[in-house]
Write a protein that binds this ligand. Structure first.
Ligand code: HEC
Length: 175
């Protein structure tokens, strides 16, 4: 078990996605972001998205209520963290997702209820902040979110040794 968990942890450590344009900008390259992306970042900070989506992963650090200002409408039966804790206070509490690489991870929300980033940003603005973004503001925030895409990990499938008569066979399930 120790070897397996160490191996999985070592694999997970390779799943970082460095060099997003936002990271390059943070590291001091002023040209890494366009003026539209920068305007989106400003809006992302000033309108309050950073209250929940913050830190190195731009999220992933807390559980927060989905539908803070306005209830989230869904036909999905999921009640969030309450399903695990049984606490009424945890109804509709979900882990704040990281926004790194978010343009690659559609559809959005726990029930896949938003198909596009445009939709997800609109819902977040209204339900979490009580703010209706104009189409121009929405475009800016989405542009910023797309700058969070980094270099994706590349997987090389391991080639196993050829099978021989002495190769251990799988243990049948009924044993
Ligand atoms: C009060 C905390 C809170 C605030 C403020 C907030 N979010 Fe979220 N955000 C969440 C939670 C919780 C989820 C996950 C909801 C779910 O799974 O149903 C989420 C999900 C998302 C997603 C979908 C990510 C995915 O992978 O499914 C995007 C995009 C997003 N937020 C962007 C924003 C933007 C942009 C703002 C500001 C306009 C914002 N959020 C403000 C808590 C917040």
């Amino acid at each position: 078990m120790d070897s397996i968990t160490t191996a999985i942890a070592a694999f997970e450590e390779t799943l970082v996605t460095p060099n997003s344009r936002f990271d390059l900008w943070l590291k001091g390259n002023p040209k890494a972001l366009t003026s539209e992306e920068l305007a989106g970042y400003k809006l992302f900070k000033e309108s309050g998205c950073v209250a929940c989506h913050n830190g190195p992963a731009v999220g992933g650090k807390s559980f927060q209520k989905m539908g803070l200002i306005e209830p989230y409408q869904t036909t999905n039966a999921a009640v969030g963290r309450a399903a695990v804790t049984g606490e009424d206070a945890d109804r509709f509490m979900f882990k704040v997702p990281t926004l790194r690489n978010v343009e690659l991870t559609y559809p959005y929300f726990h029930d896949g209820g938003a198909a596009t980033l445009t939709q997800a940003v609109d819902v977040m603005g209204r339900l979490q902040l009580g703010r209706q973004f104009t189409p121009e503001e929405n475009v800016r925030i989405v542009a910023f979110l797309r700058s969070l895409t980094g270099d994706q990990p590349k997987f090389l499938l391991p080639i196993l040794p050829p099978s021989a008569d002495s190769t251990p066979r799988p243990i049948p399930f009924d044993k």
